[in-house]
Design a protein around this ligand. Structure first.
Ligand SMILES: [Zn+2]
Length: 142
């Protein structure tokens, strides 16, 4: 699978570079998680090491729903690097009130619709610089 930097919340960072790397571990387990502030309880997307509401750096991981709804989408059918397969569907998927930018796989671009239900289907991409598995958030029609 090719690498789509725009859908990666922490591009090319290994566990040594971000305390949020566990996001990928859990995504690899089929769980979409984000951070919940330990002080005020706000959840964020993408996951954050400090709270955008109260600036606390205490957080815990919480699971988000494994299904969501396509809020908006676009289809990329040109400009893909040579040898890469297309077309590609990218969508903003509403999940538990958050808007998650992600790939949509296994969908005919001609049939994708706003409001369509999709389920989590993480995509494994190249390992991180330290050789740890890396995943990207992706959805497929439910
Ligand atoms: Zn907070």
């Amino acid at each position: 699978m090719t690498y789509f930097r725009a859908t990666d919340p922490f591009p090319l960072e290994s566990a040594e570079h971000t305390k949020l790397h566990e996001f990928y571990t859990r995504l690899g387990e089929g769980r979409l998680v984000t951070t919940r502030c330990g002080a005020c309880g706000a959840t964020a997307w993408p996951p954050r090491g400090f709270c955008g509401e109260c600036a606390s750096d205490a957080f815990s991981w919480v699971d988000l729903a494994r299904e969501g709804t396509i809020h908006a989408f676009t289809v990329q059918d040109t400009g893909l690097p040579a040898g890469f397969d297309g077309p590609r569907v990218f969508a903003i998927v509403k999940v538990d009130g958050h808007r998650v930018f992600a790939l949509v796989t296994g969908a005919d671009p001609a049939t994708v619709r706003v409001g369509q239900r999709v389920r989590l289907a993480p995509v494994r991409v190249s390992d991180d610089p330290k050789g740890q598995p890396r995943w990207l958030t992706a959805f497929t029609p439910a």
